[in-house]
Design a protein. Structure first.
Length: 330
């Protein structure tokens, strides 16, 4: 009775493996269990239900390994002797469970070390195609509270790559003009929507001139439903279709689409910032397309939110600075 260890698929969050014969097989996704509990809670599933779901998966995983061992044990001894690869295969399956658990660990920053190393953040600006150092800005209490707030959610839904965390914080810093608060686009306009229409029209015209193209439609104007879908939140959620995508991601029905100002809610805002950049909410790219074991593309990572950004080097500079401040926590 000869069994083979094969990989059956590789979803975003976990690996699946199978102990398989040519005509039969069972599947084990060890990393799925280790993220199922925290992921379910983070996505709003009640704690008790999440725990039950996680325990069920643990039981199924145990049955998988037990079944594999029983098959080995029931194999005639003479055949086991001939096929001396069977037991190492079972041990390899167990090792995979342990290794998958280890690799599934989310990077958890040493917060004290981070705020000590990044007590000040260097501000940047791009002028005539050159990145300019504008000097350092001391982190205020608002910055520290928000970064801790983002760290909290990252530890529930993030991964092992601290560079992606650094890029997320850098994105929030850039999109909120260094305020690290969920704001409206063109914040100087306050609640004056006519002021915002004019400010966004000027920006669209400036970008159009630089590219030699007609300006894009002014998205600050009321949509056909009377609502305005300009940028809001830590990542400046913009355009009606992205508000719908964010509703789907958050499981909020049509709340954000029907009431765009709900995107200023810090809880919703941090979720569509972090989960959106990790899962590719805004464009066809996600952060893992630019950060992997053999890749670190700080500049083009801007494509996850704004593929046509003329200042992608600025966000990249912030992210690299923040990455140097991130260390694994105890």
């Amino acid at each position: 009775m000869k069994w083979h260890l094969i990989r059956v698929d590789r979803p975003i969050a976990f690996d699946c493996w199978a102990l398989s014969r040519p005509t039969a097989g069972n599947t084990l996704c060890p990393r799925k269990f280790f993220k199922s509990f925290t992921g379910a809670v983070a996505n709003g599933l009640p704690l008790v239900q999440s725990a039950v779901a996680a325990m069920i998966y643990l039981a199924v995983s145990s049955i998988f390994l037990s079944q594999a061992f029983l098959i080995w044990a029931s194999t005639p001894s003479i055949q086991r002797t001939r096929n001396n690869r069977t037991m190492p295969l079972i041990l390899a399956a167990i090792a995979l469970v342990i290794a998958s658990h280890a690799s599934a660990q989310t990077f958890r920053p040493d917060r004290a070390a981070f705020f000590k190393s990044c007590a000040q953040i260097t501000d940047y600006e791009k002028r005539d195609g050159v990145l300019i150092d504008l000097g350092k800005r001391k982190l205020k209490d608002q910055h520290i509270r928000t970064i801790n707030f983002l760290f909290d959610h990252w530890e529930r839904v993030g991964n092992e790559d601290k560079r992606q965390l650094a890029y997320i914080i850098a994105t929030a810093y850039r999109e909120t003009h260094g305020r690290l608060a969920p704001i409206r686009e063109a914040p100087r306009c306050g609640l004056d929507e006519e002021c915002r229409e004019a400010a966004i029209a000027r920006v669209l015209a400036k970008y159009a001139r630089a590219r030699g193209r007609p300006p894009k439609p002014n998205y600050a104007l009321p949509h056909s439903n009377g609502r305005r879908y300009y940028g809001r939140g830590y990542s400046q959620l913009t355009l009606p279709e992205n508000y719908r995508k964010a509703d789907k991601l958050l499981g909020t029905g049509s709340l954000l689409y029907d009431k765009p100002d709900e995107a200023l809610n810090p809880e919703y805002s941090r979720r569509f910032l972090i989960e959106g950049l990790l899962k590719g909410l805004y464009t066809r790219w996600k952060l893992s397309d630019f950060f992997s074991a053999n890749k670190a593309d700080w500049i083009n990572a801007r494509k996850v939110l704004n593929p046509g950004s003329p200042n992608k080097e600025v966000t990249a500079a912030y992210a690299q600075d923040l990455n140097r401040c991130l260390a694994e926590g105890p």
